[in-house]
Design a protein around this ligand. Sequence first.
Ligand code: ADP
Length: 411
Amino acid sequence: MKLVWKLTIFNTFIVSITIITLFWTFYGSLKAALIKAQQVHLKNIVKLVETKGARWSPATRRFFVKVNENVLNDPYGIAAKLPDSGGIFKIGDEYYMVVMVTRPQRKVIIAANVTPLINGFQSMATTALITSIIGIGFSFGIALLLSSYSLRPLKSLLNDLKKISGESLSLRLGVPKSGDEIATLIKEINSMLDRIEQAYRAQERFVHDVSHELRNPLASMKGFIDVLKKWGIKEKEIFEEATSELASLVEEMSQLVDNLLILAKPIELELKKTSVAKLVREILKNLRIPPRIMVKLEGDAVVSTSPQHLKIILKNIIENAVKFANSLVQVKIEENHIIVEDDGPGIPKEEQDRIFERFYRVDASRDRRTKGHGIGLSIVKELSEKLKIKITLESQPGKGSRFILSWGEKA
Ligand code: ADP
């Protein structure tokens, strides 16, 4: 059932109950008061009869009067039909109110014709019933109007929401000036849409960047495969060069895919006491270090961390240092810091924040000499935030770079 009908029925129900209770309480009390007044009046007549005896004044002549078994006055001709008790009785088409007073010596019965009074009650009841029905109908109409008026912003909210899709994510809902709960709800939906749009755009950018990064190596691989098809069988030299290029492209792509998987997976930390020097040694063991580069490792610290994730952070930073260094890479492990330093080209000040963005590489022409996709440091940033490690970069073009990893407390 639609909300507007639920609200209308509920409001009508409340108003109807109120109208019926008010009308019928008023009717009931008025009826009781008038009957009481009539009874008191008749009891006064009894007193008059008792004090004046059986003598009739004009005031008493209008009523039926019976003392003991003697009917003293019967203007209505009802003596034979009147019951021997008090109350209101219908005799023929007329209503009579009978008051009976019993004394030790006598019993006085007075009866009055109350037909106009009872008819008045009946027409009052009919009026009350008709007015109640009209009132209920009227309140239904008003409740329907009010409910549809107050639900109007919800209707337009629904229409606006239907217009929002992946292609029109920047559409926002109009906030009514009412300042009520619906306005607050719409503001909340708008800020939720902001967050969804941000995440959606980031995802879109990511997918775009990934496909862009994959396009170049795939095109090169296709080129080498064509070369192999044409000349590979006959010319050994071409065969060897093309297969070795293909192998390195495959290696490059599988590294990219590994990195993308790290970014795509939710990060679950399992903290363990870990020797940082041991981790660095493992990294260096699997790293291809050109003979011109010397790598020095100093110090050690045992920290409570996720070794798997700290290893990814250190691997990316050390790999970059080795890639860019001219001759020396130093890894210094202190109590609350790990410093990775190289004597490479350095990073210009204005680029230092940007290198932590996904797919960002400093200078395309400079970086062309070195392989990479600009993804390693974005992984470093994401993981170090999770591990609560602060990363500081000190670098000057021409003088090398120093990445400092620091954490607040030692394990
Ligand atoms: P990549 O895979 O290209 O190395 P990163 O995200 O690891 O991607 O690094 C982003 C960019 O930051 C690199 O392309 C390079 O330009 C710059 N960079 C990172 N580390 C160093 C460093 N030690 N010396 C000079 N430049 C660096």
